[in-house]
Design a protein around this ligand. Structure first.
Ligand code: UDP
Length: 239
């Protein structure tokens, strides 16, 4: 561990969609390799990295439900999708010589380890990247909530949420050229659903436990490292 970083332990939330690259479904190994490079830069300066990965590139319970499937079954499929994404991410990390572990909230003996908080903290302390998969293990939750929950549990210094844009805006910057970016927002501002940062469950959880969240652009090379060393990257959500 060096003194270069502002944050010693982070929880990084990667959406499933971020793994698709230019495709509409699935996993693009090239995208994973680039993410592994960015994550490796953090590990290289001694930052402990926990990752919660989404599953929206494969299945979402709510979407399957709209198409006629039972919601809980759909959510189970969504959580299993996050395990697949975590396995793919671990593969990319290991190929880049970054030691990593996958834990799952749903026991899956022989494939991944079952989530155990104390073991996870031991792995993090020893420098392994820990991928927390299967969300919270419960239907009706999201991986944003899982990221906030795991971030609080492992006593991370910050939850960093990777997005495709530079932070939180007053309106969708993809659709509106005059959208204004916020550098900082309070939890109560973040609860304003117009901004659509995360679901209410996730925001209430970080608010109740005073866990700061930073939303940043993962497509911007070096942004992750910059924010971890204390750079003004994206939008900070805190008290
Ligand atoms: N999911 C769930 N419980 C959790 C986390 C996720 O049931 O604790 C399911 C839910 O169906 C969700 C899917 O897994 O739609 C994929 O997660 P999410 O939509 O959060 O992925 P992302 O949008 O980050 O890719």
């Amino acid at each position: 561990r060096t003194d270069k970083s502002k944050y010693k332990r982070i929880l990084l939330k990667l959406s499933g969609e971020a793994l698709m690259g230019e495709h509409d479904f699935g996993i693009d190994p090239k995208v994973l390799d680039r993410m592994a490079l960015e994550i490796g830069q953090l590990v290289g300066i001694g930052v402990q990295v926990g990752i919660v990965i989404g599953g929206g590139n494969l299945f979402r319970g709510a979407a399957l439900n709209e198409a006629g499937m039972d919601r809980v079954t759909g959510d189970h499929m969504g959580m299993l999708a996050t395990v697949m994404n975590a396995l793919a991410m671990r593969d990319a990390l290991e190929r880049s010589n970054i030691r990593s572990r996958v834990m799952s909230a749903i026991p899956m003996s022989g494939v991944v380890e079952h989530y155990d908080r104390r073991t996870a903290i031991r792995y993090l302390t020893s420098g392994d990247v820990v991928l927390f998969s299967a969300g919270t293990g419960n239907p009706f939750f999201t991986t944003d909530s899982a990221a906030c929950l795991r971030g609080i549990e492992i006593d991370a210094d910050v939850v960093v949420k990777a997005t495709k844009v530079d932070g939180v805006y007053d309106k969708d910057p993809v659709k509106h050229a005059d959208a204004i970016k916020y550098d900082q927002l309070s939890y109560d501002d973040a609860l304003d659903q117009k901004l659509g940062i995360m679901d209410l469950t996730a925001i209430c959880l970080v608010r109740d436990h005073d866990m700061p969240v930073r939303v940043f652009n993962m497509n911007k090379p070096g942004a992750l490292l910059n924010l971890v060393v204390g750079g003004e990257e994206g939008t900070l959500i805190d008290r």
